[in-house]
Design a protein around this ligand. Structure first.
Ligand SMILES: Cc1cc2nc3c(=O)[nH]c(=O)nc-3n(C[C@H](O)[C@H](O)[C@H](O)COP(=O)(O)OP(=O)(O)OC[C@H]3O[C@@H](n4cnc5c(N)ncnc54)[C@H](O)[C@@H]3O)c2cc1C
Length: 397
């Protein structure tokens, strides 16, 4: 293999580039990124960075020395717009083209918005460091902030804005935000946290539109109620950044479909991180795990397979994530479903310090912890052993 192009220059892309060198690839390495910034970490954007306690330089993933050691060609600030797998060519928005015989897809995901809100001043999404800087400039004591979407990131944004003294309202279409992630027994705890910290919760009615004149003035709900706002943050989820791959011949289905080793239908194209819909060895169907740990841990396996020219190793890690809101640390691992039986196995709900397991058919399939990192680590290890197969499996696509 002479040239590898890594498309996407965030966690998964950076890790893949590092792994290529660590695993002995000494050919030409080209890193393509739509953002002009060097690789940086996203999870703090809704937490410490938005709060102003971390600065842009604190988020960088690589030191100058690490970047130099990589000896890569950086093509930043220009998006890939097309992949021609037959010619091994990545076309860029600036009209240029990168030819490569190995390709790592790591273009992550893009935050969704509400229709018609993109250009209204005071209307925000939070996917990039530039988004976070723009939002941070508008959050101050007394500012009326409406957060649309009560998922994990929406909850973190509400929590951080509240910690800065803003008057925060959280709007969500569901009666119980996070019920799909945590289950209906545990989700109320998160709603209670918002209320305890003085966030107004308006759940059960979708936001219809963001109202604006020369800047945002509020959010209109589907039942006609209006929540006034000086700033609105729309956090209604994300979609995998696969549009540029249409027509490439790769299988796209809410992500790029891969086998258990992150290899696509072509052995010289792998996909890692938020964009990858892979086949976990523990499951009968494919999964897209849009969490930081997946973006960190898939690249070593994907790169091994890319350099081998076939799938020789499977990604066996059980998905896990963390969230921090209102001073609480939430951690989750596994594959929860709506019918799982939830049992508190350590601590208590009342103290907001506990570990819960999710059981299906007599097996533990997931674990969730609030403010119990040590206990969570032990349960997660046990879960990984239970769910992982005993030996490296023969992967299937
Ligand atoms: C505000 C926020 C808070 C989060 N908090 C947590 C958390 O607490 N815990 C957790 O587990 N996860 C969290 N996440 C999720 C985590 O950050 C992601 O799972 C992780 O960043 C995924 O890494 P990635 O490299 O796959 O994709 P991304 O980080 O999305 O990076 C993809 C990169 O590719 C670039 N790109 C996109 N399209 C193209 C193109 N066509 N050409 C070239 N480049 C392109 C993008 O500009 C971007 O730089 C959070 C995410 C956000 C946005």
């Amino acid at each position: 293999m002479n040239t590898v192009a890594v498309v996407g220059s965030s966690v998964a892309g950076w890790r893949a580039a590092q792994e290529l060198r660590e695993q002995g690839f000494d050919g030409r390495l080209v890193i393509i990124g739509a953002e002009a910034h060097r690789p940086y970490d996203r999870p703090p954007l809704s937490k410490e960075f938005l709060a102003g306690t971390l600065q842009p330089e604190d988020l960088t993933l690589a030191s100058e020395q690490e970047e130099a050691d990589l000896a890569a060609e950086w093509r930043l600030g220009t998006a890939a717009v097309r992949l021609d797998t037959r010619r091994g060519a990545v076309a860029l928005a600036d009209g240029s083209e990168v030819r490569a015989d190995g390709i790592v897809l790591a273009t992550g995901s893009t935050r969704l918005g509400l229709p018609g809100t993109e250009d209204a001043p005071g209307s925000h999404r939070l996917g990039t460091i530039d988004d976070a800087l723009a939002l941070r400039a508008e959050i101050h004591a007394g500012a009326r902030v409406v957060v649309v979407g009560g998922g994990l990131i929406g909850a973190e944004i509400a929590s951080t804005c509240r910690s800065l003294g803003a008057e925060v309202t959280l709007v969500d279409a569901q009666h119980l935000p996070l019920a799909r992630t945590l289950g209906i027994e545990l989700a109320p705890l998160c709603v209670a946290q918002h209320e305890d910290y003085g966030v107004r919760v308006r759940c059960g009615t979708p936001a219809a539109r963001v109202l604006s004149d020369d800047r945002v003035t509020g959010v209109e709900l589907a039942d006609g109620r209006v929540v006034p706002a000086d700033a609105v943050v729309v956090e209604v989820g994300a979609e995998p950044a696969t549009r540029w791959l249409r027509g490439s011949g790769l299988k796209l289905r809410d992500g790029v479909v891969t086998d258990s080793g992150c290899v696509t239908s072509l052995p010289n194209v792998v996909a890692v991180g938020d964009i990858a819909r892979y086949q976990p060895v523990h499951r009968s169907h494919t999964v897209r795990s849009d969490h930081w740990s997946t973006a960190m841990n898939q690249p070593p396996i994907a790169v091994r397979n890319l350099l081998a020219g076939r799938t020789v190793a499977a990604y066996t890690e059980v998905p896990h994530f963390w969230s921090r809101q209102y001073g609480s640390t939430l951690q989750f691992a596994g594959y929860a479903g709506p019918k799982d039986r939830i049992t508190i196995v350590d601590g208590s709900l009342k103290s907001r310090r506990f570990v819960a397991t999710y059981q299906r058919g007599g097996r533990t399939v997931a674990v969730f912890a609030m403010n119990s990192p040590k206990q969570f680590a032990a349960h997660r290890r046990r879960l990984s052993t239970t769910l992982s197969p005993p030996a490296t499996p023969i992967p299937s696509r």
